[in-house]
Design a protein. Structure first.
Ligand SMILES: Cc1ncc(COP(=O)(O)O)c(C=O)c1O
Length: 407
């Protein structure tokens, strides 16, 4: 109890007894005090089919008993091979390189792009462009292509400079640009900002592969915004795509960097040429995680998960009308089941050592809903397997709190 250190958490004053989860059942988390909570943020956008889905649990248990782990540095395993095939078919890309977390998939994408340009004789292409307010993870490369000052300000010593995409009309023409990286449709970590479709237009029109287009679907992938992948709606054709979070249905850490044949083939050569991709993690392509991902994809088919998600999204649209126009609500931003209710803190008579939004999130916890603010916004990113009643209950609880504290 005295030794754990939690991410993005001020540990002073942190009440570990009040925030320890001991069980997950469907879309419910149970804390150490026995309190049951709707997992309204899908455990930071990972959970898809609910916690402990029997089909995924069975696949995990089976795979653990057959082959728990074997390195993929110079060796494959059957679940990883099958999953790579499935992901290639789903995304239309050709090769899948596995890692463990989203940020690692982004690091791989950046390194793949850099080495690719060296492989094809354009070593000058070493720079990366990114969107304003981008977020791509907390490792050095991920932070460098991100644009959220608060997350980066202490770490400038290990960051490289990146080029802003918006407002710089010819950035895509630069002959030193290796790639541009984007989040499709929604910038989630920045506050669930829905991006105007025209922003992506030049990326659709660009000559394929120059610079490379890296699409980060780590938050948006696996049905979160409606389609399996958000970039489909934008008709983008990524050269590299990053997947993570929901890839295992939210059960185990796994991520993938998918790429096209021409990039992959540029890495082929004699061993002595040293063209292989110089990157790898101990648990890359872990067989249990890959088996969980395969089982999750099966559940998508068996339970028509995407269709259920679309129905939920329509229900949410209607439900959130009760909040639009409220004195304490600045705006509601939503893409499918990724939603942020942005509050006007000055209109709420609520004090909390962190912020008004944290006060609201804590009050939601008391009412049985686990959420976390993004700035002044309350997030609602429910598992795709949620029931409409869960969403009704969430919105009612939030309305009660706003009623109680509005000026
Ligand atoms: C778009 C995007 N990319 C990358 C990441 C980093 O993923 P991870 O937290 O698994 O490292 C996130 C996490 O929120 C994300 O939203």
């Amino acid at each position: 109890m005295d030794h754990i250190w939690l991410p993005f958490t001020q540990m002073r004053g942190f009440d570990i007894d009040a925030r320890t989860f001991v069980r997950g059942e469907g879309c419910t988390l149970v804390d150490a005090r026995g309190k049951r909570l709707f997992d309204a943020i899908s455990s930071v956008w990972t959970t898809i089919h609910g916690h402990g889905h029997p089909h995924i649990v069975k696949a995990i248990a089976h795979q653990a008993s057959v082959l728990d782990h074997a390195t993929t540095l110079g060796a494959a395993n059957l679940p990883a091979i099958t999953l790579a095939d499935k992901l290639a078919k789903l995304t239309g890309l050709d090769r899948a390189f596995f890692s463990s977390d989203g940020a690692s998939a982004v690091e791989v994408a950046l390194k793949m792009a850099l080495q690719y340009w060296q492989n094809v004789g354009e070593p000058r292409r070493q720079r990366f462009a990114r969107l304003t307010n981008a977020y791509h993870g907390d490792t050095a490369g991920g932070m460098s292509v991100s644009d959220i000052a608060l997350f980066k300000e202490h770490f400038s010593a290990v960051l490289f400079e990146t080029l802003p995409y918006e407002g710089a009309s010819n950035v895509l023409e630069r002959d030193d640009l290796a790639a541009i990286i984007i989040e499709p449709v929604v910038q989630a970590a920045a506050g669930m900002y829905i991006m105007p479709a025209h922003l992506y237009e030049p990326l659709r029109a660009r000559r394929t592969g120059r610079p490379l287009l890296i699409v980060d679907e780590i938050a948006t992938g696996f049905g979160r915004t409606g389609p399996m992948f958000a970039s489909t709606d934008l008709q983008l054709e990524p050269d590299i795509m990053c997947l993570g979070k929901g890839i295992t249905g939210g059960t185990l850490p796994l991520s993938a960097t998918l790429t096209r044949k021409y990039i992959y083939e540029s890495f082929l050569g004699e061993f002595s040429e040293g063209r292989q991709l110089f990157h790898g993690h101990s648990y890359a392509g872990n067989p249990i995680a890959c088996a969980a991902a395969l089982a999750s994809l099966e559940v998508f088919e068996r339970e028509n998960t995407l269709e259920h998600g679309l129905n939920l999204s329509s229900a949410l649209d209607v439900l959130l009308r009760s909040q639009r126009g409220r004195k304490s609500v600045r705006e509601i931003r939503r893409a499918g089941l990724m939603c942020a209710i942005d509050l006007k803190p000055e209109t709420l008579r609520l004090t909390h050592p962190k912020s008004v939004a944290w006060g609201v999130a804590d009050a939601m916890y008391e009412r049985g809903h686990f959420t976390r603010p993004l700035g002044n916004a309350i997030q609602l990113v429910p598992p795709l397997a949620s029931r409409a009643e869960d969403l009704v209950s969430f919105v009612n609880a939030l309305n009660e709190i706003l009623d109680a504290y509005e000026d």
